[in-house]
Design a protein around this ligand. Structure first.
Ligand SMILES: [Zn+2]
Ligand SMILES: [Zn+2]
Length: 231
């Protein structure tokens, strides 16, 4: 497996200052993974062993389906389904959450080869971000200049910092993450309110001022889920 396809220079992710940088990183990784799996990886037995074992999640199957390379996908599904038949379908187990598990979470979360790779690459990226934040004023400025952190990535990044970051910089870093997430939330919340108000009859008419509110629903869904609505 060429792990190099999962390595992205940190500056490449932060320089554009457009959207959530962690989303940018994830999108790039997803794009590369799908490309690789539908192409070169078809011929790599070790990758096939893993994809046969893990399969993919709904989202990533969807991305592969969009590639219009249906034969690649069918070949992967063929061997994945055979593996499921051969390994025996095990009944679900209550100890792993169950439908009515204690935490109310779905049983045995679907495993996904791409999600696994992204989780791994994201941890590596988080380590790099934290190291650079502690080491370089230039990077701290770059980080501060981001447009936003989406809510899921704000939570993941601050949780990771809480456990892995150099204590000396931890609280400043978490504060900065909070500011980036909060400031976007304020703007967004104003835009969604503006959007709602535009449905008042007093705001009807051709010269109605929508401000920045027209795509506020899409932006709110993106902020809350880290996913664009067309995904
Ligand atoms: Zn994000
Ligand atoms: Zn997945």
């Amino acid at each position: 497996m060429r792990d190099s396809i999962y390595t992205i220079p940190v500056n490449e992710v932060f320089e554009p200052k457009c959207g959530c940088p962690i989303c940018t990183m994830r999108d790039t990784l997803e794009e590369r993974s799908v490309e690789y799996i539908m192409g070169a990886a078809m011929m790599e037995p070790d990758v096939r062993v893993e994809t046969n074992r893990q399969g993919f999640c709904r989202l990533h199957y969807g991305m592969m389906l969009k590639r219009k390379n249906r034969l690649s996908l069918a070949l992967m599904l063929e061997s994945h389904l055979i593996e499921i038949k051969e390994k025996g379908m095990k009944p679900g187990s209550a100890s792993k959450g169950g439908l009515f598990g204690k935490k109310g979470e779905p049983a045995e979360k679907e495993s996904c080869f791409i999600c696994g790779k992204i989780d791994w690459a994201q941890k590596t990226m988080f380590d790099t971000i934290m190291r650079q934040y502690a080491a370089s004023e230039e990077f701290r400025q770059l980080f501060a200049g981001q447009e936003l952190l989406c809510l899921p990535h704000f939570k993941e990044l601050t949780a990771y910092a809480g456990e892995h970051m150099d204590k000396k910089y931890r609280s400043a870093f978490i504060k900065e993450c909070t500011r980036l997430c909060r400031q976007y939330l304020e703007t967004l919340s104003g835009d969604v309110s503006h959007y709602c108000k535009m449905f008042d009859y007093r705001n009807a008419g051709a010269d109605a001022d929508w401000g920045n509110s027209k795509d506020s629903i899409e932006r709110a869904i993106y902020f809350l889920t880290s996913r664009k609505t067309e995904d």
